[in-house]
Design a protein around this ligand. Structure first.
Ligand code: PEP
Length: 239
């Protein structure tokens, strides 16, 4: 398993359903990383093997994994198959998967367990809807998501949490810096065991706001969707 303590910040690009061979070729011609930060690219699974891992801080991440380990489950990819292909990270419970593909806390927990047992770091995504925020339910929602989806064997070395307010994903809206820091602090204090977990922020991160967000005391990096598709912008975020 990757040693997360080696990096000061973690940046994860979530390409979602975007990219092709040509795109990947051009992307890696321009991608510039430094040894301080951990940079993970989560491409569609068919392209994972085309992602470069030729420097000590560049990694491959999957966007999903099966709850099953093997058997008659057409179309699925297991944690073992990811591990076999040098994939070190995997997103789990992204709000788009919760919304469109019936992912729930129970499957997030199962998937995370399979990943950890295969030495892959699950990036467990949690976050509230706009309605939940407006009705002051954010903390309650996060407690439930964390308690129901983070496996007991999770610790700060084998699991990452990503706080992604659903209303901030792909909308250009972000919480205030104070709110982000406060929620991250809250997440780390939900239980003693989360104190040292890496907690990433995701939701409309771009060049203009990334350095302020990453500088927050309780933020350990970012999960970036739309802006990670533009390699110049991603370069500027991770620098
Ligand atoms: C995401 O999909 O995880 C995400 C944070 O998207 P965006 O950066 O486009 O808001």
């Amino acid at each position: 398993m990757i040693n997360l303590a080696n990096f000061s910040s973690i940046f994860i690009a979530n390409w979602k359903l975007n990219g092709n061979i040509d795109f990947i070729k051009h992307y890696y011609q321009k991608l510039t990383t430094n040894n301080k930060n951990c940079v993970v690219v989560c491409s569609p699974s068919i392209y994972l093997n085309a992602l470069k891992i030729d420097s000590k801080n560049m990694f491959r991440g999957a966007q999903d994994v099966s709850v099953y380990r093997e058997g008659a489950y057409t179309g699925e990819l297991s944690a073992e198959m990811l591990e076999d292909n040098n994939i070190n990270f995997c997103l789990v419970g992204h709000s788009e998967r919760r919304q469109y593909f019936s992912e729930n806390n129970e499957t997030v927990k199962l998937k995370s367990l399979n990943l950890i047992e295969t030495n892959i770091i699950p990036v467990i995504c949690i976050g509230e809807t706009l309605k939940e925020k407006e009705t002051n339910q954010t903390k309650e929602v996060l407690i439930k998501q964390i308690n129901e989806s983070v496996p007991n064997i999770s610790n700060s070395k084998n699991t990452i949490i990503a706080y992604e307010p659903i209303w901030a994903i792909g909308t250009g809206l972000t919480p205030t810096l104070e709110d982000i820091d406060e929620v991250h602090d809250f997440i780390k204090r939900i239980d003693k065991r989360f104190n040292t977990f890496k907690v990433l922020y995701g939701g409309s991160v771009k060049t203009s706001n990334s350095s302020d967000i990453v500088a927050l005391k309780n933020v350990d990096g970012c999960l970036i969707g739309g802006a990670s598709l533009k390699v110049d912008e991603f370069n500027s975020i991770i620098s």
